[in-house]
Design a protein around this ligand. Structure first.
Ligand code: SF4
Ligand code: SF4
Length: 321
């Protein structure tokens, strides 16, 4: 049985990728299962979707713990334990990451037993975060890695899955998937079908009797309201709210009140300050600010601007000394 997991962020098309891939398997005579698993239901939050495919009836259920192939659409998810990207990776697993960094760098960084590959893209692509139709791109690469899915089945699956979006969108997705399929040719057949998992040798665990305690003693006490401070929801962000203090009229409460994460505080002079470790990029503050003083900026653009500013500051210090 083939077991495949697609990891990405809400809005990157991983559920679509799983639907397309399972449909392509189905067209080749396979029994299939596909399902998404969402966390917080919003764009940018980590999600994964999985596919099982086999020539026999599939009796396994639930999330895939021993994947043969893991495709990661956004490399920033790898470092987030809650995203579960590395869960169950074994020596037989192929891990394909959409990243500007080299496979070797990831191998050294992760030290996982499986093989690490980078999602191949054409040389014209400068920013992988801007890749169009990422879901179909990942599905196309996955189909080629698996090696037994012909391009016609992949294309038919895309037509079936995306027909409701109209001919133009379908054609663009077909083009993108065919390109990914072609670019991944050198890895064709790298994914090996996993063995059946049998419960025959299952041994019952030894039970431990836990003494009963009333909830007032045994349950945790939670003092913090809103999102836990320890969850770095700032890593979910694909868009960043940026305040133009020239336009902000220090109404002092609208943005800070509406922020669902309590990520905006107001300083002593009445200016709002955003805690970027906690801001998850929902853009509610952008929509609510009466004088439109908060702008939505792509996170990649904001980070680049920060890095440029830091470099210029360092160079300025160097020039003075
Ligand atoms: S985008 Fe604005 S409202 Fe949303 S979490 Fe960030 S600061 Fe709060
Ligand atoms: S809602 Fe707009 S004007 Fe009011 S404090 Fe926030 S940024 Fe300033």
């Amino acid at each position: 049985m083939y077991r495949i997991r697609f990891h990405g962020r809400g809005g990157q098309g991983m559920k679509t990728a799983s639907r397309i891939l399972s449909n392509a398997f189905f067209l080749g005579g396979y029994e299939v299962q596909d399902a998404p698993r969402y966390g917080a239901e919003r764009r940018g939050a980590p999600i994964f979707a999985y596919v099982r495919a086999a020539k026999q009836p599939i009796n396994e259920r639930g999330i895939i713990n021993r994947p043969d192939l893991v495709i990661v659409a956004d490399d920033s998810l790898v470092a987030i334990p809650a995203a579960g990207v590395l869960q169950g990776i074994g020596p037989q697993t192929v891990l394909m990451i959409n990243s500007h960094e080299a496979a070797r760098t990831w191998e050294e960084r992760l030290n996982v037993p499986g093989q690490v590959l980078i999602l191949p893209v054409t040389e014209e692509v400068e920013d992988r975060a801007e890749l169009p139709f990422l879901g179909t791109t990942c599905a196309g690469a996955a189909a080629r890695l698996i090696g037994i899915i012909p391009l016609e089945h992949l294309q038919q699956a895309i037509r079936d899955e995306l027909a409701h979006l109209g001919t133009e969108i379908v054609e663009k997705n077909l083009q993108q998937a065919a390109e990914a399929y072609e670019l991944a040719a050198e890895y064709a057949g790298k994914v090996i079908e996993g063995t059946e998992i049998s419960a025959q040798d299952y041994a019952k665990p030894e039970w431990i009797d836990m003494p009963f305690e009333v909830a007032s003693i045994s349950a945790p006490t939670i003092h913090t309201g809103l999102t836990s401070e320890l969850a770095a929801t700032g890593t979910w962000r694909t868009m960043r709210p940026v305040i133009d203090y020239q336009l902000c009229n220090r109404c002092w409460w609208v943005c800070s009140e509406f922020c669902p994460d309590g990520a905006i505080t107001v300083d002593d002079e009445g200016y709002p300050q955003i805690d970027l470790d906690q801001c998850k990029g929902c853009m509610i503050c952008v929509a609510q600010c009466p004088p439109h003083a908060i702008e939505a900026v792509a996170e990649s653009v904001a980070q680049l601007a920060e890095a440029t500013e830091a470099t210029e500051a360092t160079e300025a210090v160097g020039d003075k000394s």
